[in-house]
Design a binder for this molecule. Structure first.
Ligand code: BES
Ligand code: MN
Ligand code: ZN
Length: 494
């Protein structure tokens, strides 16, 4: 998608396949939208009255071939009561309008954004959302469909303002586009079936990213190399499968050579059957989404490469499949992690923490400024927070505050959960330094407590995205979260 900002004095003369005009509740068209209405002999306000168009956020109306206008069609975009438009309302209005614009088959559109005001947000935020939704609204999964929908035709969106826009505004629009494409990459990887999206496939995708962007460098460790490093916790998860595990290391270099990087660590379980602690059958297909943490990390790295900020970031993705077999890990097995901490595996379905602990230990080698891991880690987090907020856990309150702020800014929100010592005793084992499960209570907290033992001496945070990474039901599919949060956090450091 080509996104641009332009200055427009006479919107009626705009030659475009589709002109998008915001209309406030009560149907009034002020400013530039009013000019367009007068240019076509008040046809738009007549249409609004005839169709009882309320202008509520999410409502739209379309008109074709209006006299006096150079645009082929006009889409009226309801934005709710004047002065009451909030962040969610703007996203809803814009999504509805973009959906209608796309359905017309037009290849270009111009959005008149004059006088638009979103509560508690600035103009840059509003334009960043245009960038994000312009990209994400066109995503359709098609990889394994024999008759895919025809490819999206909308290729150019311009945002028109009456006055010359500041540089920061076009940067926000471009940044939004990069976030949107990063989300789409994460969605595509998440949606790809687990017989195709294997650990090897994830590694190939990371290598392909590095080939496309000069600032990205990729290295992939195989099981032999991981064994040599002592990653026996990670390897215990792939013991039962024929798919070889991979540790993917993707570096973004935008800062100076010796500048310490920010580390992202992703859970990449390409299918989680539970292993010998086999999961119940219902909705087990959704465990192909258990690599969405890894996918969001790759999507964020792509967005970084496209926005090119001056900082260094290292991504460590642990990619594995969790399957039962005669060679699988048993409940009761004790393994030694790369950090030297021994782990009693009481439940082979608590595998995410087993791969993340070794990946976190590996990430320490880069002397990172912070480590943020992203994982579809616990069903308990879904019980606690549902699908709206990701769970945020950290050993550093300042880092937690930064991540919460990034989530609010990106409208990709997280909620702060405790990692108090009080919970640590639930992980006691008689046969190892730590057990991999902490009993039925506070499951998402004890999972984070387990990880915290491997993040000592580091500024570390963990995002449990089990509830936010994919939608269930009719709209089943990966969401691309939390690419928006992660990119905002990283750009704020540059
Ligand atoms: N990938 C799952 C977590 C999950 C479950 C995410 C359902 C989204 C929906 C994870 O590996 C897992 O199985 N966790 C167990 C941990 C338990 C055995 C302590 C869980 O949440 O049930
Ligand atoms: Mn599991
Ligand atoms: Zn899992």
């Amino acid at each position: 998608m080509q996104l641009s900002l332009k200055t427009v004095t006479d919107p009626a003369a705009l030659r475009t396949g589709c002109l998008v005009l915001p209309v406030t509740e009560g149907g009034s068209m002020q400013g530039a939208a009013g000019l367009v209405d007068r240019a076509c002999g008040l046809r738009l306000s007549k249409l609004i009255a005839a169709e009882h168009f309320t202008g509520a956020a999410g409502r739209t109306l379309i008109a074709h071939a209006l006299p006096g206008l150079a645009a082929a069609r006009v889409v009226l975009m309801g934005v709710g009561k004047a002065g009451a438009l909030d962040a969610g309302g703007w996203r809803k209005s814009l999504s509805a309008a973009l959906g209608l614009v796309r359905s017309t088959g037009t290849t270009d559109a111009v959005l008149l954004a004059d006088g638009l005001d979103v509560k508690d947000r600035d103009q840059a935020w509003l334009l960043r959302q245009v960038g994000i939704l312009s990209e994400t609204s066109g995503y359709r999964y098609s990889r394994t469909l024999s008759k895919p929908e025809p490819a999206a035709r909308l290729a150019r969106i311009a945002v028109a303002l009456a006055t010359k826009p500041a540089r920061a505004l076009s940067a926000a629009l471009v940044e939004g586009g990069a976030i949107g494409r990063g989300m789409n990459l994460a969605r595509e990887l998440g949606n790809t079936p687990p017989n195709i999206c294997t650990p090897t496939h994830l590694a190939d995708q990371a290598r392909a990213l590095a080939r496309r962007h000069t600032r990205l460098r990729c290295r992939v460790l195989d099981e032999k190399q991981m064994f040599a490093l002592g990653m026996h916790s990670l390897l215990s998860v792939s013991a039962g499968t024929r798919e070889p595990a991979r540790l993917i290391v993707l570096e973004y270099r935008g800062g100076t050579k010796d500048e310490r990087p920010y580390a992202l660590v992703g859970k990449g379980i390409t299918f989680d059957s539970g292993g010998i602690s086999l999961k119940p059958g219902a909705a087990m297909d959704e465990m192909k989404f258990d690599m969405c943490g890894a996918a969001s990390v790759l999507g964020t790295m792509q967005a970084l490469a496209e926005t090119a900020p001056a900082l260094n970031v290292v991504a460590v993705v642990a990619a594995c499949e969790n399957m039962p077999s005669g060679s699988a890990t048993r409940p009761g097995d004790v393994v030694k992690s790369m950090a030297g901490i021994t782990i009693e595996i009481l439940n082979t379905d608590a595998e995410g923490r087993l791969i993340l602990c070794d990946a976190i230990t590996y990430a320490k080698r880069f002397k990172p400024r912070s480590i943020v891991d992203i994982a579809t880690l616990t069903g308990a987090c879904v019980v606690a927070l549902g699908k709206h907020a990701s769970g945020l856990f950290s050993n550093d309150d300042a880092l937690a505050a930064e991540l919460l702020a990034a989530g609010n800014e990106a409208h990709d929100r997280a909620w702060h959960m405790p990692v108090w010592d009080d919970y640590q005793e639930q992980l006691k084992s008689n046969f190892a330094d730590v057990a991999n499960i902490g009993g039925p209570s506070a499951g998402s907290v004890t999972a984070a407590c387990f990880l915290s033992r491997f993040a000592t001496g580091e500024k570390w945070a963990h995002l449990d995205i089990a509830g936010t990474a994919w939608e269930q039901g009719a709209a089943k599919g990966a969401t691309g979260r939390p690419v928006g949060l992660l990119l905002r956090y990283l750009l704020a450091q540059a």
